[in-house]
Design a protein around this ligand. Structure first.
Ligand SMILES: CC(C)(COP(=O)(O)OP(=O)(O)OC[C@H]1O[C@@H](n2cnc3c(N)ncnc32)[C@H](O)[C@@H]1OP(=O)(O)O)[C@@H](O)C(=O)NCCC(=O)NCCS
Length: 142
């Protein structure tokens, strides 16, 4: 398995991966090809894929806002889960963030997603049950 940067040519495989992993995403909003390509061309994206036998088996969209790093859209295909793929992806994002001087990494986990909560807990992430997530959107698709 190798970890490499996501390129725009990976987009269809990325969406297929999200579907296979049953990860909710916003194909008409921030996960559309144009937005992903825009982020890749910018300076705040650490978008990585795990590849095995020329197939994308996992992906992570790391970002930062200059203060804090964020992990988004982490997914591994079911056939390769529980083999350390997601750990390798998160570790790679954390390393790149650290090289930028960013030492805090966060992610949002929906309450139903207990598996993901267990996963991030094992990697040393602390759950802040006293924080509520507020967002303001132009429309529901974004
Ligand atoms: C969550 C997810 C990314 C984990 O990927 P993975 O490659 O299987 O994770 P790893 O193999 O690196 O697991 C690391 C640790 O977490 C544990 N873990 C992973 N998935 C688990 C699960 N479903 N239940 C319990 N523990 C789990 C592993 O056993 C391992 O623990 P260990 O170090 O004690 O052996 C993967 O299950 C997935 O793609 N889920 C669907 C999409 C999703 O929910 N993404 C996260 C959105 S926030």
């Amino acid at each position: 398995m190798i970890i490499r940067q996501l390129v725009t040519e990976d987009y269809d495989a990325l969406v297929a991966l999200w579907r296979e992993a049953a990860l909710s995403h916003r194909p008409n909003g921030r996960d559309c090809l144009e937005r992903i390509a825009h982020e890749i061309a910018g300076t705040t994206a650490i978008f990585l894929v795990a590849e095995s036998k020329e197939r994308i088996i996992g992906a992570i969209l790391g970002t930062h806002d200059g203060r804090k790093g964020w992990i988004n859209r982490l997914a591994v295909v079911p056939s390769h889960q529980q083999q350390g793929v997601a750990t390798a992806l998160v570790t790679a994002v954390e390393k790149q963030l650290s090289e930028l001087g960013i030492e805090i990494v966060a992610c949002l986990i929906e309450e139903w997603n207990k598996d993901s909560a267990v996963f991030f807990g094992k990697l040393g992430y602390h759950c802040h049950s006293d924080i509520h997530y507020y967002s303001k959107r132009k429309d529901a698709a974004v």
